[in-house]
Design a protein around this ligand. Structure first.
Ligand SMILES: Cc1cc2nc3c(=O)[nH]c(=O)nc-3n(C[C@H](O)[C@H](O)[C@H](O)COP(=O)(O)OP(=O)(O)OC[C@H]3O[C@@H](n4cnc5c(N)ncnc54)[C@H](O)[C@@H]3O)c2cc1C
Length: 401
C-alpha cells in the first residue's frame, strides 16, 4: 500500500533539519541576501560559519553510502531535507543539491584515478564547507538548446579535441553554473563530435583547479543570493582519459534525462519550501495584524488566500513525493518530475505573490522576509530548464506528437 508515513529515522532527520533551518539557515540567508557584493557575501564570515555548521551536521554527505563515510540516509530523506532547508533559505538549500555531485561519482571511480579517492576522503571529512561540486553544462549561447537532440547543427560550443589519449578543452560555461564560483570539482559536459549534435557531448568529472580553468565574478542576481553562480572558463585545459565519465553517443541523452529527472524533482521541492516559508510567515502575521476591528485572518479575502496557499503547497508536494518515490523504486519518470517541478515552481510564484499581498504594504519591506521569498521563487521557474521548455519536453515525451 502507498503510505505517506515516513520512517522514524527520516522523521528524526526532518526534525533536526527543521530546527537547523529555522535557527541558523533562515537568519544567515537573510543576512547574506542583503550583502550587495556577492563576492563579499560568499567569502564572508556569515557564509563560512553557516557552511561549517551544515557540513558538521553532515548535510553534504547525507546520501553517500555508510561504507565510505556517508550518512546513507534512507529513501525519501533527501526530499524532506531539501524542503526544510529551503524553508530556511532556498539558495543555501541549492548549494546542497550540487555539492555532493562529484563525491558521489568519486565513490564509484576510486580505482580509475587517485584524484577520486583523495577527493572523496577530503569531502567526507569536511567540517568547514570547503569542498563542493558543480554541474557545468549551460553555455552563453546554449541554454534551452541542451534539451535539443537529433539536429547536428545544434551542439555545444565548448569543445574537447583529442591530443593523444588526452582531451584539450576550450570554451566557457555560462554565469548560471550553480556553485560555479566555489566548487573544487566539476561535472563537465562539452562537445567532442559536432556531427552528432548534442549527442556528440563528452562528460567529464574533473578537479576544479586543473591548469587553464578560471572563474568569472559571482553573479549578482535577483534571488537565491545564498547560492554562488559563476562562469567557468576553459583555456587549453588538458584532461586525461581517466576523467571521462561518458563518451559521446546515444547514452548521453539517457544520462542527461536521468540527471534532469532528479534535478527537477529537487528544484520543485525547493519551490515547495519557499512557498511554505511565505505561507507560514503570512499566517503568523494574519493572526496578529488587526484591521477593521478584527484580525486580518478573519477577513474572508485573507482567509481564502491562506487556504489556497495551503492546498497548492500540499498538491505540489504530493506530486513531488510521487516523483521521488519513482526514482527511489528504480523507475525514474521524466514527465512526472517535469510536471511536478513546473507545477511547484509556478505555484511558488503565485503563492509568494499572494503572501506579499497578505502582508499589505509591510510585504514589500525588508522588515519581513516575504519579499525575499517572492524573489527566490522566480529563479526556480528557470533553474534546470525554463518551465516553458521543460513543459514542452514533458509534453513531447507523454503525447509524442
Ligand atoms: C537558479 C539557477 C541555477 C542554475 N544552475 C545551473 C547549473 O548548476 N549548471 C548549469 O550549467 N546551468 C545552470 N542554470 C542555467 C539554466 O539551466 C538555464 O538558465 C536554463 O536552461 C535556460 O537557459 P538560458 O538561460 O540560456 O535561457 P534561453 O534558453 O535563452 O531561454 C530564453 C527564453 O526563450 C525560451 N525558449 C528557449 N528555447 C525555446 C524553445 N526551443 N522553445 C520554446 N521556448 C524557448 C525560454 O523558455 C525562455 O523564456 C541555472 C539557472 C538558474 C536560474
Amino acid at each position: 500500500m502507498v503510505s505517506f508515513t515516513l520512517p522514524e529515522e527520516v522523521e528524526r532527520i526532518r526534525e533536526m533539519t527543521r530546527d537547523f533551518a529555522r535557527n541558523e539557515v533562515r537568519p544567515a540567508g537573510i543576512e547574506i541576501d542583503r550583502i550587495p557584493d556577492p563576492e563579499t557575501a560568499y567569502t564572508g564570515e556569515r557564509m563560512q560559519r553557516l557552511l561549517a555548521s551544515a557540513y558538521e551536521l553532515g548535510f553534504h554527505r547525507l546520501n553517500l553510502p555508510k561504507e565510505i563515510g556517508g550518512i546513507g540516509a534512507p529513501e525519501m530523506t533527501s526530499i524532506v531535507v531539501q524542503e526544510e532547508l529551503a524553508v530556511g533559505d532556498a539558495g543555501i538549500a541549492s548549494h546542497f543539491l550540487v555539492a555532493p555531485m562529484i563525491a558521489g561519482i568519486s565513490a564509484g571511480a576510486q580505482n580509475r584515478h587517485p584524484f577520486y579517492k583523495e577527493y572523496l576522503e577530503k569531502f567526507i571529512a569536511d567540517t568547514k564547507g570547503k569542498h563542493s561540486g558543480a554541474w557545468a553544462i549551460t553555455e552563453p549561447n546554449h541554454g534551452s538548446d541542451l534539451f535539443h537532440f537529433g539536429e547536428p547543427s545544434i551542439h555545444m560550443e565548448t569543445t574537447a579535441t583529442k591530443d593523444g589519449d588526452d582531451y584539450i578543452v576550450n570554451g566557457a560555461k555560462s554565469a548560471f553554473v550553480s556553485n560555479g564560483w566555489m566548487a573544487d570539482a566539476l561535472l563537465l559536459m562539452v562537445n567532442l563530435d559536432p556531427s552528432q549534435g548534442m549527442e556528440g557531448t563528452v562528460t567529464f568529472a574533473i578537479p576544479g583547479a586543473l591548469p587553464g580553468i578560471s572563474r568569472g565574478k559571482p553573479l549578482n542576481k535577483l534571488g537565491l543570493r545564498g547560492l554562488n553562480q559563476a562562469e567557468v572558463f576553459f583555456d587549453n585545459v588538458r584532461i586525461p582519459p581517466e576523467f571521462v565519465l561518458l563518451p559521446p553517443g546515444p547514452a548521453y541523452k539517457m544520462m542527461l534525462e536521468r540527471i534532469v529527472t532528479g534535478g527537477n524533482t529537487a528544484v520543485g521541492t525547493l519551490a515547495v519550501g519557499v512557498a511554505r516559508a511565505a505561507y507560514e510567515e503570512a499566517l503568523a502575521h494574519a493572526k496578529t495584524r488587526v484591521q477593521g476591528g478584527k484580525r486580518i485572518c478573519e477577513h474572508d479575502t485573507v482567509k481564502l488566500k491562506l487556504f489556497d496557499a495551503y492546498r497548492q503547497i500540499e498538491a505540489a508536494r504530493a506530486l513531488l513525493w510521487k516523483s521521488s518515490w519513482l526514482i527511489a523504486t528504480g523507475n525514474p519518470h521524466l514527465p512526472t518530475a517535469m510536471a511536478a517541478r513546473t507545477m511547484a515552481s509556478d505555484m511558488a510564484m503565485r503563492v509568494t505573490a499572494d503572501m506579499v499581498q497578505v502582508f499589505g504594504g509591510y510585504g514589500i519591506s525588508k522588515e519581513h522576509p516575504v519579499e525575499k521569498f517572492y524573489r527566490d521563487a522566480k529563479l526556480l521557474q528557470i533553474m534546470d530548464g525554463t518551465n516553458e521548455v521543460v513543459s514542452l519536453k514533458a509534453a513531447d515525451e507523454l503525447i509524442g506528437c
